[in-house]
Design a binder for this molecule. Structure first.
Ligand SMILES: Nc1ncnc2c1ncn2[C@@H]1O[C@H](COP(=O)(O)OP(=O)(O)O)[C@@H](O)[C@H]1O
Ligand SMILES: [Mg+2]
Length: 324
């Protein structure tokens, strides 16, 4: 079956004063119809860059150096700005990390939600119908007193309520694919879980396909059917969530697993030792090699491809766990 979204060999760089930051280094992953796919990796590994490339939202300095992004059989990298515009909302919606930045402070929640519904919906509606739909959308995200919220400005809401509004906006147009980029990272810890559960229940109910972007494997375990582990611009391991958690093979995935905060822990997340390479002069070969305890000479001269090592389990490593 043809996947809903398929990214092949995606290369993206940013031009800066000092030169070229080679961030995405051949990203490969796909999302099937109704599938919930996690994209996980530490800060700076290129998750947001990947999402922005899908949506045609790269800044001026960003450049696609190669690859393909097929959505419903159409190459988004070859689409016109108008085609991309038409795709947003109806085809693909997004939720960003910071709900404050995603909402316009000078318009009420109602203005913004109703605009999205009016322009994003498949059918034509009059104002009364649009308002009814906006109220429904707020009720769906369990917003207390939705009538009052419609006339509120974003600043009058808490961070968690703002993110609920963003979720309502993203889902109101019934997109085929939702991209949620660390939707709870900027929120208070106590409400992160509520928002995740809400999001999970909504996409489950509608059968929406989702790319769930996070730096936390713990979150992925609860949200996703499939996991893609990203390191410094490429997917280094992917597969069904259960398989990846019970049988992680890439040394980086194994390190990330160890970094999942334990329930009894002091609260602070442990980190994988070392840091993401310099994208101006990234290592030749495997980009994880400078941090890898299993690395051998080959790793510093040749980049391992992502290959299916058993059904539905993909790995990009020459000397993984159990290979010797
Ligand atoms: N507009 C930009 N100009 C230059 N570098 C950028 C820009 N946006 C992101 N980067 C760099 O690209 C790398 C990946 O960033 P990003 O995609 O935001 O990672 P993530 O979302 O995984 O944290 C980082 O090193 C970041 O500094
Ligand atoms: Mg990001």
């Amino acid at each position: 079956m043809v996947p809903l979204l398929e990214i092949t060999n995606l290369f993206v760089s940013y031009k800066i004063y000092e030169g070229k930051l080679k961030v995405l280094d051949g990203v490969n992953f796909s999302v099937g119809n109704g599938e919930k796919v996690g994209l996980v990796g530490e800060a700076g590994c290129g998750k947001t860059t990947t999402m922005k490339t899908i949506l045609g939202l790269l800044p001026q300095s960003g450049r696609v150096d190669g690859g393909e992004i097929f959505f419903n059989g159409k190459d988004l990298l070859k689409a016109t700005p108008r085609e991309i515009q038409n795709l947003r909302g109806k085809g693909i919606s997004m939720i960003f990390q910071d709900p404050t930045a995603a909402l316009d402070p000078v318009f009420t929640v109602g203005d913004q939600l109703m605009a999205v519904i009016r322009y994003g919906s498949r059918e034509k509606m009059n104002t009364k119908e649009v308002k009814e739909k906006a109220l429904d959308a707020l009720r769906e995200v369990k917003m207390p007193d939705p009538k009052r919220i419609l006339s509120n400005y974003p600043i009058q809401l808490s961070g968690g309520m703002r993110q609920r509004v963003c979720i309502a906006m993203a889902l109101a147009t019934e997109p085929e694919l939702l991209i949620a980029d660390e939707p709870t990272t900027s929120l208070d810890v106590t409400i992160q879980d509520q928002i995740l559960k809400l999001l999970h229940a909504l996409v489950e109910k509608r059968g929406t396909s989702v790319i769930f972007i996070t730096h936390s494997l713990g979150v992925v375990r609860e949200m996703a059917d499939k996991v893609n582990v990203m390191y410094a611009g490429s997917i280094i391991e992917s597969g069904k969530t259960r398989e990846i958690f019970s049988n992680p093979l890439h040394p980086y995935t194994i390190d990330l697993m160890k970094a999942i905060p334990r329930l009894s822990g002091g609260g602070l997340e442990e980190r994988v030792p070392g840091r993401i390479p310099d994208y101006l002069n990234p290592p030749i070969g495997c980009r994880f090699q400078p941090r890898c305890l299993r690395a051998k000479f080959k790793c510093s001269v040749e980049k391992p491809e992502l290959v299916e090592i058993k059904p539905d389990h993909f790995l990009a490593c020459f000397f993984s766990e159990g290979s010797d």
